[in-house]
Design a protein. Sequence first.
Length: 585
Amino acid sequence: MRVTGRTHEAQERPGPNARPAIWVFPPAVDSSAVARLAQRWGVPRTMAEITCRRFGATLTDDQVVSLLRPSFRSLHDPYLYEGMDRAAKRLAEAVQKREPVVVYGDYDVDGTTATALLVDSLAALGVDAQWRIPHRTADGYGLSDRGVEIIRECAGSLVIVLDCGVTAVDQIAALTREGREVIVLDHHEPGPQLPDALALLDAKRPDGGYPFPGLSAVGVAFKLLQALCDVLGIPPGALLLRALDLVAVGTAADIVPILDENRVLMRYGLRQLERNPRPGLRALMNVARLTGRKLTTASIVFGIAPRINAAGRMGSAERAVRLLLSRDEGEAMALALELNGINRQRQTLDQKVLDAARAEAEVQVKAGARALVLAHRDWHPGIIGIVASRLVEEFYVPTVMICAQSPLGRGSGRSVDGFDLHGALKACAHMLVAFGGHVKAAGLTIEPERISAFRDAFQQVAAERLSDEMLLPRLSLDAEVELREVNLDLVAAVERLGPFGPENMRPVLVSRRVRAISDPVVLKGAHLRAEVEQDGAVRGIIGFNFAWAAPLLDGPVEIAYVAEEDRWQGRSRLQLRLKAIRPSE
């Protein structure tokens, strides 16, 4: 039997220490509102029910149109960003004068795609943009003092800083004193003081004014280009449509909410990736075996993004930017194969570090720790974030991994729902050299001799702020349905709520009193396939890493699943992908 390609979310049981998730059944919804939506828009009742739960039962016709048919008309006015007018006019001046511009971006997927987007767009306008990406280990995160030195090597009085800079007060002041004008495009949390830049575009600044704070850095770059087209008086489509493949990749990879503008950008970006991607992304899709498939946010997160990220994690991210900027198919394929090889090396190293970190994590958790701080001088700083994510999946506690090299250790943290990781690091700021990031993910720099004290302080903050309930993973269920209701028409209707991703995940359905009609099949020792029945309706289920659940199918079960269209050799069939399973009550 065949196992379909796995570009899916984390599994129900990702490791030996995984905690069973709490099933969170959906709240009641106004049945009359569901009926009106289903009748007015000709959609299945289950789809209407999910829509009302997620987006409200009092949607206007215009809101429903925007939801079911997201278009560029739904994009916000870029000038709602504080500083956008200054940024767009100054960049337009550089375009008109053919003035060289310095572009400095971060080394992750969001930073590299944002860099490639701006450099490529400026080149199309006749501007020579010199771009630089810091080296993760040699130069550090963001616009550091070393980053200032790197910028000094470039000609050009206008500097655009991407995916970092909102906390770089001293560094931007140094560049300003030298006569440079700095535009910052960021989406991270600002510090107590904003840098004195020519323009700082960050929706999270206290006076930001922008209605949607969820754009990634590549999304903010897109908004700057939108305003630039307005200032220059050029049709926006010529510059912006060709940028959408990069926008989709950076947006998906940075795990930002796929809501509001991001839904629009992802929908059209995925379409461009399928139909006419730039050479570098086409080559990456080839090596990731995504060519010819229907792409989703998960296709990027698990297929494209790791190969781009591997460059910065294991060496220099400049290779990733060169790939994204390449116009030559042969060069692009060579670079894509190189990144693919680097990604394989990264995966091997990931597993070694994960095995060692898991052993220490088990010791700390058994001792009662509600958060993990794990450190070793030999851990590669480029992969500790990935390992931290794996440990959060497995132990479901906030986790910080630190490469404890002298003179400064570098750390990366991941969190659980409801625990503000950035806020927790802020509470421990007196022990850190620097830190930054988001509620769910953050980075830090620390003197190795302070790691033990930081561990105690961080775990104390976690003990105070984490309730017992917050330490149990939750599986949110969108609708309870009978198997007979689940068909390809429902799948097609639900797809209209996509693209799916953080804060708009693919709906999870639940069906009760389901029985297997034949012995389940275990595939590759890990996966489960079975035919199940409920009141005469028969459906096929597939559970990746669910081989452990085969004995449960000896009796009636409740299944939580995602309904999907499985395409194979030109044929389509309905497939239910398990998210969880348990005996019927």
